[in-house]
Design a protein. Structure first.
Length: 612
């Protein structure tokens, strides 16, 4: 099952290669082949600005470039492979050449997603797609159900987070190119893991970006933090939309990925009556029908806007899920005590309790950091439409020194962060190494060739940290050692306290899998808290199932907490130090009345409704 491209090179079933390119900014387009041979492209009769040519006898492996008006020699904007990097020629790829073995794959329902975000370049010493395959079995045993790959579209050099990609259709050559990515997806499905691919539709990187030479892919009407916005609603935007919608279809069909994580959709500027994101959601639904199992469109958004995930019939855009950064900020501020930058809007258990109950902390409330009201109410939206985390690439890597939680918190507080994440009513995301408390940093790194661009990156990083109390010399993004320091070390998982944290993740993920009350989605949800004592209780009752009552106590001293109104309840989980008694405080194994429950400091408890 393959997407039929409207852009780029397509190997024809009977032999030969058809190439097309949208280039309204050129009067004449030629194809440059090996040996400097050039072939003229003709204007397509049915699509304005499109040039095309068919090469008889050609096939996969052919390298080529386009020549615009006899002077500008450029790779194909829709290149499927850039084996020599962003400045080299494009290569023809035949998607039918890969033999898939995942015909029996049935996908993962949204409510069953446990996402594991990883960066292919640093996740293993080899830094390639195939090397990730060797780590799949431990992730599945942990309880992960889906990989989330940071962007893999071809970027300059070999060291980059991926958000500087400039060829949206070409899997990074230094990672293993198209074949390597397909092998990873196929192996993941064999291991029982879905694959979500991070795609960047709000901007392209600065080095090697050729799209503007061909057509009005960008607009001056809007700006993003990373430069020109993509032209989704201006003149000639129909073909721009088509380029990116086909890209989504390409990943979902040609590469069998199970969903797309849409980077920073608040920076996708689109005032049209038919928003690009709604069209994209429609593409995902159509591909889902073709594939015959669940596919997911998950948005990252800074807007706290529930319309992203509401159904179109209710005025929404119909995406499947959205990140709730408020959850991260609330947990991080409460456990670390940090109040700089956007953490000024958070602190204590109150914001955590509100996020657990209402999806967002800022749902129309005034934000001190933003100096305005922010967000909109979202309590009507089911909880399985929100992805939460306590660490991710942004929240770790956009710190000045890339510290992970395990480097900022004592072990007992790291364990409490894990309990808050995995016993929350939302879809959880883990960042690579988080499961065992990785302490190596995850830093920002690039390998641009242009010295002026590198200096601009360094200056931009310094400005970005101005709102935070982070001082001193920053790690150089261009230095190879910055990249090398960002590799996780999984051997730590074999030793305390890392082994205990890994066991805690396994325990809680198994509980999520077994207990319907812990599955995100519908049902009753009730949250209480005491900001002075530092505790939160969470009652969840699924439709037709037994309820779960969870206690999170962040306070430094034992506390008495009102018990649930009904009962009886059986203790199913207690967060305890692996080798200790937590100062002798133990939760009762059974609760029969609504009297107060005395709990230890910095702990979490899970009670399940028991038979009388």
């Amino acid at each position: 099952m393959q997407a039929v491209p409207g852009h780029g090179a397509r190997v024809l079933p009977g032999g030969g290669v058809h190439l097309s390119v949208w280039a309204p900014r050129a009067e004449r387009v030629e194809l440059e082949l090996p040996g400097s041979e050039r072939r003229a492209l003709a204007r397509a009769p049915a699509r304005a600005g499109v040039f095309e040519v068919t090469l008889e006898g050609a096939g996969a492996g052919l390298d080529y470039r386009f020549v615009l008006d006899g002077a500008r020699v450029r790779p194909d904007p829709a290149s499927r492979h850039q084996p020599a990097g962003v400045h080299g020629p494009s290569r023809v790829v035949d998607p039918s050449g890969f033999v898939w073995s995942d015909a029996a794959w049935t996908g993962v329902e949204r409510a069953d997603l446990v996402l594991y975000e990883l960066h292919v370049g640093t996740f293993t010493p080899a830094g390639r797609f195939e090397a990730v395959v060797e780590r799949l079995a431990p992730l599945r045993a942990l309880g992960v159900t889906a990989l989330e790959l940071m962007p893999v579209a071809e970027f300059p050099g070999s060291r980059n987070w991926g958000y500087d990609g400039v060829f949206p259709y070409a899997p990074q050559s230094s990672y293993g190119g198209p074949e390597g990515l397909k092998r990873l997806v196929d192996a993941a499905h064999a291991a029982g893991l879905a694959v979500i691919l991070d795609v960047v539709y709000n901007h392209l990187g600065p080095e090697g970006n050729v799209l503007a030479d061909f057509g009005p892919y960008f607009t001056d009407a809007y700006r993003t933090p990373w430069g020109h916005a993509v032209n989704f609603d201006g003149p000639e935007s129909d073909e721009v939309r088509r380029f990116f919608l086909e890209n989504a279809r390409y990943w979902l069909l040609d590469f069998h990925v199970d969903g797309l994580r849409l980077d920073a959709v608040h920076a996708i500027h689109d005032e049209s009556a038919q928003p690009f994101l709604a069209e994209l959601a429609g593409v995902v639904r159509a591909c889902e029908k073709q594939r015959g199992h669940p596919l997911h469109a998950i948005a990252e958004s800074d807007a706290n806007d529930p319309r992203l995930v509401r159904e179109p019939a209710r005025g929404g855009l119909g995406l499947d899920a959205v990140w709730s950064d408020d959850f991260h900020h609330a947990v991080h501020a409460a456990l670390t005590g940090e109040r700089d930058g956007y953490y000024a809007d958070f602190g204590g258990v109150g914001p955590i309790a509100k996020c657990l109950a209402d999806r967002f902390v800022y749902d129309g409330r005034h934000s001190v950091h933003r100096r305005r009201r922010h967000g909109a109410p979202a309590r009507d939206v089911p909880t399985d439409r929100f992805v939460v985390c306590v660490q991710n690439h942004d929240q770790v890597g956009n710190r000045a020194r890339g510290e992970r939680l395990a480097a900022l918190l004592p072990p007992e507080r790291s364990r409490l962060a894990t309990a808050l994440l995995l016993l929350s009513p939302y879809v959880p995301l883990l960042f690579m190494g988080e499961e065992y408390g990785e302490t190596n940093p995850f830093l920002y790194f690039v390998s641009h060739d242009d010295p002026a661009l590198l200096e601009a990156v360094r200056s931009g990083r310094r400005r970005e940290f101005a709102a935070f109390a982070w001082t001193g010399e920053l790690p150089d993004p261009a230095a190879p050692e910055t990249f090398e320091r960002s590799r996780p070390d999984p051997s730590r998982a074999e030793h305390p306290p890392h082994a205990g944290l890994l066991a805690l993740h396994r325990t809680l993920l198994e509980l999520r899998r077994r207990e319907p009350a812990l599955r995100p989605g519908g049902g009753e949800l009730q949250v209480d808290h005491d900001p002075g004592a530092g505790w939160i209780t969470l009652l969840r009752r699924p439709p037709g199932g037994r309820a779960a009552w969870t206690v999170f106590h962040l306070g430094a001293r034992p506390a008495e907490i009102p018990g649930p109104a009904s009962g009886p309840w059986q203790l199913r989980f207690e967060l305890r130090e692996p080798a200790g008694d937590q100062a002798g405080e133990r939760a009762p194994a059974r609760l029969d009345a609504s009297g107060p429950l005395r709990v230890a400091a910095e702990t979490a408890l899970l009670y399940l409704e028991a038979s009388p």
